[in-house]
Ligand binder design. Structure first.
Ligand SMILES: NC(=O)c1ccc[n+]([C@@H]2O[C@H](COP(=O)([O-])OP(=O)(O)OC[C@H]3O[C@@H](n4cnc5c(N)ncnc54)[C@H](O)[C@@H]3O)[C@@H](O)[C@H]2O)c1
Length: 364
């Protein structure tokens, strides 16, 4: 089934969607909207998209089936709800929203309208996430007992000309990078039941050294160093450090520990990469063969292109399972919000949201 797609938001990440979507001939972008019409027109011209302009025109266009929302996070809720109310299905970038209240209104709009809502991150649908899930489901590490996840600084001050948004509420390591790590953990271990945490601002200002910078120094108003414990419904316990203050470390990205061995995963902000297994009786780590096709060449910009989650939504519209669905994204958001709440309150937070592990992409 060919789907007609409209994109709202022609900013930084939009070209990565345009490039990634070229892998999926049944997903045809026919309109690009932005509050800045010239920016929409420029992206449309670069990728030979026939239409461009404003969001109203996009939503009024009856030939468009799916809207991909690439607006800034604080606009996700209003833009998604308008698109759902206009009868479209929607795929929205991460985070789903910036508050639980907004996210719940999005889920309500999905229930009340014919379209469905999918959300980034979709990287857990890549070969690494699926291979790790397959290893766990096949019992390669025995019964999962615990996991660790470590988000380190991307050193945005050294390469982003205007990184202030990453150090304000809505940014920070948890909201910016947490979605990839939490989605990977929930895909492998199931939902999280309780969150405890402590968090702080590393330093009150950050020096910007990026070439072409528009500011030399930025104030920090979001926690940049967070340490959390996730208690999974399954009984597994996750140790999670998310920090923009850790510049150098030898810590892994994600490990999962079971009664019979350990799994080690690559950066969950990429689709592919080695998943390594060491069972207790092994003398060394073994790289597992990927259980699904690679998304792209490991170590190339291909890993940062986007489109797999939109293809997942297309599969759901055709009657298949919806993996990167709104309930899953809401659980990820609920977990992220609970980290700051637990730190501020000095007590653990029991999550109200639940989600099932998404259906795997491999044949079990
Ligand atoms: N840039 C990245 O590397 C990256 C990576 C992963 C996820 N994301 C997510 O993608 C989304 C977009 O990020 P970005 O970096 O492209 O942001 P951006 O600020 O570069 O682009 C946002 C675009 O939305 C447009 N816009 C703003 N308000 C609008 C409105 N009311 N109607 C229509 N258009 C409007 C802006 O003009 C701009 O072109 C965010 O949710 C972000 O979290 C970005």
């Amino acid at each position: 089934m060919t789907l007609n797609i409209g994109i709202v938001g022609a900013g930084n990440i939009s070209a990565r969607y345009m490039q990634g979507l070229q892998k999926y001939p049944h997903l045809k972008v026919s309109y690009i909207a932005d509050i800045d019409h010239a920016r929409a027109a420029s992206l449309a011209s670069e990728f030979s998209v026939p239409g461009s302009g404003g969001t109203d025109a996009l939503l009024a266009n009856e030939s468009i089936d799916v809207v991909i929302n690439l607006t800034p996070p604080n606009l996700h809720a209003s833009t998604v709800i308008r698109a759902l109310d206009a009868g479209k299905s929607v795929y929205v970038e991460k985070p789903l929203a910036t508050t639980r209240e907004d996210a719940l209104l999005m889920l309500k709009a999905e229930r009340e309208n014919p379209g469905i809502l999918g959300s980034a991150p979709d990287t857990f649908l890549g070969s690494a996430g699926q291979t790790a899930r397959h290893a766990i489901d096949s019992g390669y590490i025995g019964a999962p007992i615990g996991a660790s996840a470590f988000v380190r600084s991307s050193r945005a001050e050294t390469w982003h000309p205007n990184p202030g948004f990453l150090f304000e509420p809505g940014g920070g390591p948890v909201m910016d990078m947490g979605p990839y790590y939490i989605a990977a953990l929930v895909n492998c271990l199931g939902p999280i039941h309780r969150v405890s945490a402590d968090a702080r601002i590393g330093s009150p200002t950050r020096k910007v050294t990026a070439p072409g910078r528009v500011v030399d120094e930025i104030p920090v108003s979001v926690n940049t160093h967070t340490s959390a414990v996730f208690s999974f419904t399954s009984g597994a316990i996750g140790t999670v450090l998310m920090s923009f203050d850790v510049w150098d470390t030898t810590l892994p990205r994600i490990e999962i520990y079971g009664t019979e061995g350990t799994l080690s995963l690559n950066d969950p902000n990429t689709f592919d990469g080695d998943v390594r297994l060491k069972r207790h009786e092994h003398s060394d780590w073994r790289v597992l063969a990927p259980v699904t096709q690679l998304f792209g060449l490991v170590g190339t910009p291909e890993q940062h292109r986007r489109g797999l989650g939109v293809d997942d939504l297309a599969g759901a519209l055709a009657g298949g399972p919806h993996r990167a669905n709104s309930g899953f994204a809401f659980h990820v958001l609920d977990t992220m919000l609970a980290i700051d709440e637990a730190a501020a309150a000095g007590q653990s937070i029991v999550l109200q949201s639940r989600t099932d592990r998404p259906a795997p992409l491999f044949n079990s």
